[in-house]
Design a protein around this ligand. Structure first.
Ligand SMILES: C=C(O[C@H]1C=CC=C(C(=O)O)[C@@H]1O)C(=O)O
Length: 398
């Protein structure tokens, strides 16, 4: 038998075509590594309280045995340890190289929006003050406090157009759209976003994580931005906030890796709306065949990092439950895919929104540490809302 009969070439699609083919109910995930569009449900993955990675490995083996050529587990996991997940083995998977050029989506929807902040901005600033007291008392070192903006449109929100605007605004982002419909939802619910933060990616034995923490809004003026970047690089508060996150991610990955490279100092990366301190950590897996070392297994071990939760983790989870009035749902969770041999990519679901019919719930959070200023943290969350507000063509509402 010739080798060409054994090696089935992967169909190669164009990123822009996959984006155009996305419809509500599909799974879309794009990154610098490539684009994945998945349709249909071959099997649901319902790990319950057990290991998601183990449930995924079993579902992938069964799907391969049933004849699926390139099975993946794709979906999203919510923030809380007991939060729901939406993970499936899709029936059809199409892949493309990373998006370079994406054509402009059609004209805006012209929708009319109403916005309700939850809590009111002043109450969010109060919650930051209470978090600072917990930090002062020595109960916590860092907690990420989020707030929600609930938007209602006068017409149903067309998720494919929203996704296309997010990808076009930032082709380098981890852009995603996932069906997260829950029992009782009045209409299909989608989680949509453009996250700058890689939770973990695995290719063969190589793993990469890219924790972000410590931020400044982008101004649009080059000189002002140069100044903001310099201030961010030198800010003891932001460097401290970042160090908690990078240290925990390195410690967790260190349990699975034989070599781990952790840069001494963070660099600054930019999105169209923000500047962030960023540490890119790379490692080589000790036991790549262990399901715990699959991309999903590593993501499960890392989540929730102090980029979205805090230090110590149990205290931060309790503070978030006490100080945030709205359940985060899928915000600050993870989204991505894992393949049969453990490769995959999972991003942190920040700069995201849950869309259900005419309603959009978006969240943004900020890391609170000693030295945080409530007004500045409020402004930071308002700036972070900008990613979704621009894509929705909503005038600043936060
Ligand atoms: C929690 C969010 O951002 C995280 C990621 C980057 C910078 C962050 C910060 O500076 O607080 C947050 O840790 C969010 O966007 O909602």
């Amino acid at each position: 038998m010739s080798i060409s009969a054994l090696v089935r070439p992967r169909p190669v699609h164009q990123a822009a075509d996959l984006l155009a083919a996305y419809l509500p109910g599909s799974f879309f995930f794009s990154s610098a590594r490539g684009v994945l569009l998945a349709d249909g449900v071959h099997a649901h993955v319902r790990p319950g309280d057990g290991s998601k990675a183990l449930a995924a490995a079993e579902a992938l083996a069964a799907a391969r045995a049933a004849g699926l050529p390139d099975p993946v587990v794709a979906g999203a996991v919510g923030f809380r340890p007991d939060a729901p997940s939406s993970l499936v083995v899709p029936s059809v998977v199409r892949r493309a190289d990373a998006a370079s050029e994406v054509s402009a989506p059609g004209a805006g929807s012209g929708a009319v929006w109403t916005a309700v902040p939850r809590p009111e901005p002043a109450r969010y600033a109060d919650a930051v003050r209470r978090a600072l007291r917990l930090i002062g008392d020595g109960d916590l070192r860092k907690v990420v406090l989020a707030r929600c903006l609930e938007l209602t449109s006068d017409a149903p929100v067309w998720v494919p157009a929203l996704l296309a605007r997010l990808v076009r605004a930032d082709p380098a982002a981890y852009a995603f759209a996932v069906d997260v419909t829950a029992p009782g939802d009045p209409a299909p619910r989608a989680l949509v976003g453009a996250s700058p933060e890689l939770l973990v990616s695995r290719r063969g034995t190589t793993v990469v994580a890219n924790p972000l923490a410590g931020s400044a809004p982008r101004s649009g003026d080059e000189a002002v931005d140069r100044e903001r970047i310099a201030r961010l690089r030198a800010s003891a508060k932001d460097l401290g906030e970042h160090a908690h996150t990078a240290a925990q991610v390195a410690e967790v990955l260190g349990r699975f890796c034989v070599d781990l490279e952790v840069p001494d100092r963070p660099e600054v990366i930019g999105t169209p709306t923000m500047w962030h301190l960023s540490t890119r950590i790379t490692g080589r897996l000790a036991d790549p065949g262990d399901p715990a070392c699959s991309a999903l297994g590593l993501a499960e071990a890392l989540h929730p990092t102090p980029a979205v939760c805090g230090v110590p983790q149990a205290g931060a989870l309790a503070a978030i439950a006490a100080l945030e009035p709205e359940d985060r749902g899928y915000y600050a969770g993870m989204v991505g895919w894992t393949g049969l041999h453990g490769d995959g990519e999972w991003a942190v679901t920040i700069r995201s929104a849950e869309v259900c019919a005419r309603t959009v719930r978006l969240f943004a959070g900020a890391g609170i540490v000693e030295g945080s200023d409530p007004a500045a943290e409020l402004a930071e969350t308002a700036a972070k809302f900008g990613t979704l507000l621009r894509a929705l063509e909503v005038e600043e509402a936060a």
